[in-house]
Write a protein that binds this ligand. Structure first.
Ligand code: NAI
Ligand code: MG
Length: 328
């Protein structure tokens, strides 16, 4: 029995969460759910977007499923990453059949450092303009590189690529690159290389099949993750994981999509694939594979899919179809 916290949040977050819990019910894995509030609606009711009680509930759980927040997303998700020290942001770039991908056989993962870099938000006005501070520590660099190698090993991947700009950012990215090679010594069987971020951005378009696991700093990882999403098309399909020492938080990359909310037509795939990431995190790899395969079958058939995928099914109809595959 796994203790799972569930934050449906706002808009389509609630709809894709309902769909995902419906498919999870069909698996041979027991979850003990605790529901918690966060987001715009909670803010309107109480004046706070992320109540301490929710943070406590997430802290007491092994993993959290998070739908989406609206305008308060930064207060909710960024704060949660800090409170729980979720230092890894994991974004798979995987092409699925029946979806608008630029490439058909992509399957790589971006591991982004989530706690430092330029995103510490230390900006200062100067007489001439402003400066921003970019913090790169050995501790955080080694920790994220270690995660990338462990993840590669556990998921049977053969290569880890560090992405940086150490030719220009000699000190900060020099530390990141050195940390990568230092940690790599503990993984002698793993193929490795390192690349500049600008070249990597180009290779995503020209030769994306060269990548397997990418590990990089915060801002580069943020940008490359969205470029990766563009390669495999459609916000309705992209899951993500935020992982720390004690918890994982799993969420679709999309937001609350207010224009679609209440219509019951949001694509549940990104949230379902986030649950697949959660199952893998919990080392329920058989269930993870089963769920992903069921979704892939529904996508491939293309019959019972939501409007963004060219179909006319509702969120819950598509979820029911995934569940039918799981139960057959
Ligand atoms: P969004 O991801 O909510 O929606 C952008 C567009 O993508 C939608 O209009 C829709 O056409 C499409 N889309 C997204 N998810 C879909 C799905 N599951 N099925 C079908 N189509 C889908 O991004 P937007 O419009 O920039 O932001 C809306 C609100 O969400 C804002 O208040 C923003 O702050 C918040 N947001 C929250 C995030 C989070 O909670 N992690 C992340 C991104 C945005
Ligand atoms: Mg982003």
């Amino acid at each position: 029995m796994y203790k799972i916290s569930v934050i449906p949040g706002d808009g389509i977050g609630k709809e894709v969460m309902e769909a995902t819990l419906h498919v999870l019910e069909a698996l041979d894995v027991d979850f003990d759910y605790t529901f918690a509030d966060a987001g715009d609606e909670h803010m309107e009711k109480t004046g706070v977007a992320l109540p301490q009680e929710t943070v406590n509930i997430v802290k007491a759980s092994q993993a959290c499923l998070f739908g989406a927040a609206g305008e308060t997303a930064a207060d909710v998700i960024v704060k949660m990453r800090q409170e729980l020290d979720l230092y890894v942001n994991l974004r798979p770039v995987k092409s699925y059949p029946g979806t608008k991908c630029l490439f058909d056989n992509l399957d790589f993962v971006i591991v982004r450092e989530n706690t430092e870099g330029l995103y510490i938000g230390l900006e200062e006005e100067t007489a001439e303009g402003a400066t921003a501070t970019r913090v790169i520590t050995r501790q955080a660099s080694e920790r994220i590189c270690k995660f990338a190698f462990e993840y590669a090993q556990q998921t049977g991947r053969g290569k880890v690529t560090a992405v940086h700009k150490a030719n220009v950012l000699k000190k900060t990215d020099g530390i990141f690159r050195d940390s990568f090679y230092k940690v790599s010594k503990e993984y002698p069987g793993m193929e490795l290389d390192d690349r500049y971020v600008d070249a990597t951005a180009m290779f995503f378009i020209t030769r994306p099949e060269m990548f397997d696991v990418i590990v990089t700093t915060n801002l580069f990882g943020d940008i490359l993750s969205d470029e990766g999403a563009g390669l495999v098309g459609g916000l309705g399909l992209i899951p993500s994981a935020n992982i720390g020492e004690n918890q994982g938080l799993f969420e679709p990359v999309h937001g609350s999509a207010p224009r679609h909310a209440g219509k019951g037509t949001a694509n549940p795939s990104a949230m379902i694939l986030s649950a697949v990431l959660m199952l893998n995190y919990l080392e329920e790899t058989v269930a993870a594979r089963k769920l992903e395969d069921a979704l892939v079958e529904v996508l491939k058939e293309g019959q019972v899919v939501t409007p963004d995928l060219g179909g006319s099914a509702s969120t819950m109809e598509m979820a029911a179809e995934v569940r039918t595959k799981l139960e057959s």
